[in-house]
Design a protein around this ligand. Sequence first.
Ligand code: SF4
Length: 514
Amino acid sequence: MTTQTKDALVLECETGNYHTFCPISCVSWLYQKIEDSFFLVIGTKTCGYFLQNALGVMIFAEPRYAMAELEEADISAQLNDYKELKRLCLQIKKDRNPSVIFWIGTCTTEIIKTDLEGIAPRLEAEIGIPIVVARANGLDYAFTQGEDTVLAALVQSCPNLKPSTTVDDPAQATFIQSLLQWPLTNTGMTANASVPKGSAPQAKHPPLVLFGSVPSTVVNQLTVELNKQGIHISGWIPARRYSELPELGPDVYVCGVHPYLSRTATALMRRKECKLINAPFPIGPDGTRAWIEKICKTFDIEPQGLEEREAAIWEKLEDYLELVRGKSVFFMGDNVLEVSLARFLIRCGMIVYEIGIPYIDKRFQASELQLLEQTCRDMKVMMPRIVEKPDNYHQIQRIRELMPDLAITGMAHANPLEARGISTKWSVEFTFAQIHGFTNARDILELVTRPLRRNSSLSELGWTTFVKDVSPPQGPLGVASHPATHGLRTSEESGKGSAKVIDVKSTNVTLPIA
Ligand code: SF4
């Protein structure tokens, strides 16, 4: 079986089932990000149970989300959708008085074709609170698409930029910038030197809006990095408050920070006629540098000190790099961050056998794919195959053959793989960790190396194997296990009887809420 090609990236498509969280889980991080919002998920008991489980830890935090549970009378159209939703929204207004209510559609509203978009404008005029309708549901490929759907819906609510306040073209903006900087350049100072560290300079280029939900610390870090290059961010989607949404229009440049936001990018270009900066994503020092360089290039700005900045970060990562160099990794595909993470790990010296990914928008990820190709050439490694919509059965066969040091996988496959002696890392952890920007590269490697470090620590203690006393029946994936039959043994003990010896595993990871 061929798993790699030599010269160019190969994109394949299998016809596997989706094994992903439901995208309505995006509520868990978006309601915290947009502080004055309320999320109303309109679905059935199943959705309620899922949210309760996924967000159960927030029960004491007075969350700003709720379930509108559809019952038989709703589904059989005996109740009036409009009246029911009005009743709920008035209740939300009375209890929480949010600046915006998000209606999150589900599989059920999709299947019974509830006209949420038709009801929302009438209702928001009546109750006086804007309503944003986002159809995030289990019919999507990846759970991260929930955020994409909400942000794409939010684009429509952004105010329009008045054309007179912008400069049309980057070349013109740069000319104006050079005029403004004339006294500085004549005194030997640079524009950057005149800008205090961390402060936002005056915009001397067309407006730049970034999109993607990241914690405020990451927002600050990326803002500071761009400010150092004399680039000012006009706003973020999502903003901290609904009233702070940035102005959008044909003169506005937009750039994404997550690889899974292709719908948002399309909405920005089609509905608001914004100009998309197609850059690699700011994940890892290499990606962050390439992301900043691309933005600088768009605005005709010469990047300052980026090479040194990147080199300094790599130097600080050396303790982690020693652990990962030469190790192999296999991405099963789960959250659409796979290409960016694989590119970073190849740069770290790892061998990537396969990049499984639930779906890939090749246009939105074009620069990231180019950077991946370039990274493979620079590191003189073979190009990994990219498998869209992977068939897990076939992936397991490939994993069995290749025996990678680490598989980055969705939760469904982690335990079965561990039971087969493959170390795993849940891909969902990369979704909730802070992985963007120069300094957060450490956090990515912290996650990647955790199973590798755990294995070596346990072997130092003599706990080298994980023993399964009873061989369970083999399913189609060739894996099955029951916790009651598992136990840790030392290597001497593990050789006894009919026990099956496999590597040690750990499952004590909780779902973090960003
Ligand atoms: S939206 Fe669909 S997939 Fe998601 S929890 Fe509800 S029923 Fe399940």
